[in-house]
Design a protein around this ligand. Structure first.
Ligand code: GLV
Ligand code: MG
Length: 302
């Protein structure tokens, strides 16, 4: 499972310290979708109780999710549930039903205040006691998908130690901003960068919004690369075909790893000669580059 990046005195440890590269959304009430999950090999699934489930199906979705938690179809996957927003009547029932062995964490949509997250934290603590789970073991991932939520990203990411990651949701965000979501993504570039930086500052993971054009694999690859470059550590998927691309983009490539090894070797060799700054293939190599190379190798090991 994914590890939160160590926070504190600038003490982040890894560029991509995460086994939460790809997270596949699954409508909670569609039992047949659970059958092939292990074959698709996402790092995690997000079983949905929110927008993919009509109100009349919420209760059956909760029951189906509950039946599959800790079952063979979800074995080996990170298991998250997206509940309905805090403040909606469904919220508490969602948490009470799905907090059980086999659940790794909860995605809470449309979060705008730290108070809402503290309330979620309390409801989760009560549910953990009832389910005989270790207190604090169920992780919390707020989805920032309104203008207010994105603007408060760092405070939300720090609201409780239970938070493992913050996620960005482009569809609700552009709705709230009052603009169309475009293929180029101009309107989401700044908010995505803001969310990724806030996550980094708070020492949690940053998860990017899904790419919704299932037929456009190139668009997915471009957006995923951009997300990684902005500082995201993983990306949600809405179709199994998107998983290999996302895993590929968020995994260091062989050439990146080879370059990182060469940077470290050249630097160490220079240090033994008593020099600090050296060049490799015509590029200056100094301390931040060596540190970046080390973090990349650490994340690949993880
Ligand atoms: C996801 O929930 C989104 O609104 O994009
Ligand atoms: Mg949304």
């Amino acid at each position: 499972m994914g590890q939160a990046i160590a926070g504190g005195c600038g003490g982040a440890t890894s560029i991509m310290a995460s086994m939460l590269r790809s997270l596949l959304f699954v409508p909670g009430h569609q039992a047949r979708f659970y059958e092939k999950l292990a074959k698709f090999r996402p790092d995690a699934v997000i079983l949905d109780l929110e927008d993919a489930v009509p109100p009349a199906e919420k209760a059956s979705a909760r029951a189906i999710i509950r039946e599959h938690l800790n079952g063979p179809l979800l074995a080996g996957l990170g298991v998250f549930v997206r509940v309905n927003a805090c403040g909606l009547p469904f919220f508490r029932d969602d948490l009470r039903t799905v907090v059980a062995a086999g659940l790794d964490g909860i995605f809470v949509p449309k979060v705008e205040s730290a108070e809402a997250l503290r309330e979620a934290n309390m409801v989760l603590a009560q549910a953990e006691v009832r389910a005989e789970l270790r207190m604090g073991s169920v992780r919390l991932i707020p989805i920032l998908e309104t203008v207010s939520g994105v603007l408060r990203a760092e405070a939300l990411a720090r609201a409780t130690p239970r938070i493992q990651a913050i996620a960005f949701g482009a569809e609700d965000f552009t709705l709230d901003l009052g603009v169309e979501r475009t293929r180029d993504g101009l309107e989401t570039r700044y908010p995505r960068a803001h969310v990724a930086m806030a996550a980094r500052a708070a020492g949690v993971l940053a998860l990017d919004t899904p790419w919704t054009d299932m037929a456009d694999g190139e668009g997915l690859r471009r957006e995923a690369r951009e997300a990684r470059q902005l500082g995201f550590t993983g990306k949600a998927a809405i179709h199994p075909d998107q998983i290999p691309t996302i895993n590929d983009v968020f995994t260091p490539s062989d050439s990146e790893l080879e370059h990182a090894r060469r940077v470290i070797a050249s630097y160490e060799e220079a240090v033994t000669r008593g020099t600090g700054a050296i060049s490799l293939d015509g590029q200056l190599i100094d301390v931040p580059m060596v540190e970046r190379a080390r973090r990349l190798l650490d994340s690949a090991d993880a």
